[in-house]
Design a binder for this molecule. Sequence first.
Ligand SMILES: [Zn+2]
Length: 177
Amino acid sequence: MEEKKQSKSLSISLLKWKLNKEELKNQIDNYNTLGFTKSAKKVATALLILSIVITLVLGLFGIVSLGETWLDIILLAVLAFFVYKGKKVAIILAMIYWTFAKGYQLVSNPQQVLWVIIWWAAYMGVFFQAYQVEKARHKMSQEKTEEPVVRYCQKCGAQNQEGSKFCTKCGNKISIS
Ligand SMILES: [Zn+2]
């Protein structure tokens, strides 16, 4: 029994796409308090920043031309900012960007196929995990706001919207209590 408990891992891992219920709950319950290695959106942000750093280092050593990659750097920085803010759209755009970027790399360097696929899958897994968390959070907040607040008439029992002073069915005055 104790062994089962120990194998429970609630951290975000690379090359794993789907969050199980427990992990998702942990991500939502501790959304603001999870650290940079455990929060899905923070790991996703860190990966985007890592890509900026790698591009800058490659540029510094003359391996890539910074003149040609500055647009990628700006795009990555903008995506990193909004992924950190927990914007679902930014996570989707990051997945699209990443797929195009790795696809381009594969076409221009077909011999790196394995490396490109691993790099692609590692990032995509984390992006997808972050997306699942935001999707679940979004759903939760919608359920909260969609729940109608009703007041029941004490005289006839009809449902009335919050704020109504008189019952729409019998005209009885609705008390707040
Ligand atoms: Zn009534």
